[in-house]
Ligand binder design. Structure first.
Ligand code: GAR
Length: 206
């Protein structure tokens, strides 16, 4: 059974969905550990309720030393011997060590390389999308490298921006798509059904 280490910072809706997909046996994997960059977030409660070991590595205490911050996270992931690291609503920077190259996934609520980068997360992304006036947004699953929202893109899906959308209504529709897309991509990656050539990722689609 493949082991997942999950990184979050907030409400944990992505974690909850992944747990559901594992329980439904859509995904043959186990979430071995959850690490949060913040204390007192609902995502930690979800981990506890599902008896998943969880840890807090406070980003606010490590802002000036990202090496130390990332080292602490890596130590926990190594201790739990994870095969894959999945970020879901993780709002801080994790420096990916060599051993986890192309083993850390993130989902971003827009079509990278637009509306991404430092400070672009959660509702801020949808607000920027609406203010700019683009008609299409979406979600992107990518491997994480050591630049914000920059690693090789694995999968993207487009979502129409409606004239009467608010950041909240758009976030809701994007999340609905993410609920289907992220488990699908995680499954492919766990089954090794992908190839990377330079920064191009090819998935063996169903
Ligand atoms: C998702 O929409 C995800 O794309 C976004 O956070 C939401 C999930 O949060 N992630 C980012 O903005 C990362 N840059 P949750 O799992 O805490 O509910």
């Amino acid at each position: 059974m493949k082991k997942i280490g999950f990184l979050l910072s907030g409400s944990g809706s992505t974690l909850k969905n992944l747990i559901q997909k594992i329980n439904e046996k859509y995904l043959e994997a186990q979430i071995s550990v959850v690490i949060s960059s913040k204390s007192n977030v609902y995502g930690l409660k979800i981990a506890e309720e599902n008896n998943i070991p969880c840890f807090v590595v406070e980003y606010s205490e490590h802002k000036k030393d990202l090496d130390e911050y990332s080292k602490k996270i890596t130590e926990i992931l190594k201790k739990y011997n994870v095969d894959l690291v999945v970020m879901g609503g993780f709002m801080s920077f994790y420096k990916v060590p060599e051993i986890y190259t192309n083993k850390v996934l993130n989902i971003h609520p827009a079509l990278i390389p637009s509306f991404c980068g430092k400070g672009m997360y959660g509702l801020k992304v949808h607000k920027a999308v609406i203010e700019y006036g683009v008609k299409i947004t979406g979600c992107t699953v990518h491997f994480v490298d050591n630049e914000y929202d920059h690693g090789p893109i694995i999968y993207q899906e487009a979502i129409r921006v409606l004239d009467n959308d608010t950041p909240e209504s758009l976030a809701e529709r994007v999340k609905e798509v993410e609920k289907r897309v992220y488990p699908y991509v995680i499954k492919k990656i766990l089954e090794n059904k992908f190839r990377i050539i330079n920064r191009k990722v090819f998935l063996e689609e169903d």
